[in-house]
Design a protein around this ligand. Structure first.
Ligand SMILES: C[S@@+](CC[C@H](N)C(=O)[O-])C[C@H]1O[C@@H](n2cnc3c(N)ncnc32)[C@H](O)[C@@H]1O
Length: 242
């Protein structure tokens, strides 16, 4: 399904996440051996939220990154936005995610004014998006100057000795788990397909820079199959009067 483009792809993604919402968190734990909890912790550390700050976690799904934001910074306003209500509906049933402000939102047209958030985070969003540069421009628009954009995403496996094992995990273990646990082999074939066809971390970094972000960098995890990219919205320098 990773070959789909435009609205067709967006509709496919919406339908797929609506179907797997109930088993989404459990599947994440199983597929990553629990490592996803650590990556979300790092995402929030990288967001560098100030006291009483405002976080937007876009494509929040069931709200795990927003929840981690509130765990590390109980005084923040944490907004979780997604274009699949079923995913947020599962998160709303979790008492530990009660403080999240849930908003129906498409990452390509965010329903917020310019510069309102101290940080925008996303987890496993970008490989689903039909216009990646547009998504970064929109995230930058709603971030204050100097604020951070942090992206957690899977990366195509590098050509090295581990690649056959990683590909076996992606192409066989994950769809089998998806079928057994979520009853959805198709959705869990989309994950490896879209991962293997997604941008290399260097290309994603270049797209973030082209979208106007500064100080862009990334770190790799899980044998290079997971990347956390961080960028900053430029601070406009006031022109000197003579
Ligand atoms: C793999 S889940 C990730 C959920 C959560 N961020 C996490 O870390 O577990 C991807 C989420 O992205 C959402 N999504 C995909 N495209 C989107 C878009 N254009 N706008 C808003 N949400 C989107 C899906 O609905 C889904 O909930």
């Amino acid at each position: 399904m990773a070959h789909l483009t435009g609205q067709e792809r967006a509709r496919y993604v919406q339908g797929m996440f609506a179907r797997i919402a109930g088993r989404y968190d459990l599947m994440n734990r199983l597929m990553t051996g629990g490592q996803d909890v650590r990556w979300r912790r790092i995402v929030i550390q990288e967001a560098q939220l100030p006291t009483g700050g405002k976080l937007l976690d876009i494509a929040t799904g069931t709200g795990e990154i927003a929840q981690e934001g509130l765990r590390q910074h109980p005084d923040i306003l944490a907004v979780g936005g997604d274009f699949v209500l079923e995913m947020m509906g599962v998160g709303q049933q979790n008492p530990e995610r009660r403080a999240i402000r849930w908003v129906a939102a498409d990452t390509l047209t965010l329903p917020f004014p310019d510069g309102v958030f101290d940080a925008v985070t996303s987890g496993f969003l970008m490989r689903n998006v039909v216009d990646v540069p547009g998504a970064f421009r929109e995230q930058a628009r709603v971030t204050r100057p100097g604020g951070r954009i942090v992206v957690l995403e899977s990366s195509p496996p590098k050509k090295n000795v581990l690649r056959p094992f990683i590909r076996f995990h992606l192409n066989h273990i994950i769809p089998t788990l998806g079928k057994m646990v979520a009853g959805e082999a198709d959705a869990y074939r989309y994950l490896p397909d879209s991962t293997q066809q997604f941008q290399e971390p260097d290309s994603l970094m270049a797209i973030m820079r082209q979208a106007g972000l500064e100080n862009v960098r990334y770190n790799l995890y899980m044998f290079g199959t997971i990347a956390i990219h961080v960028g900053q919205k430029a601070i406009l320098k006031s022109s000197k009067s003579h």
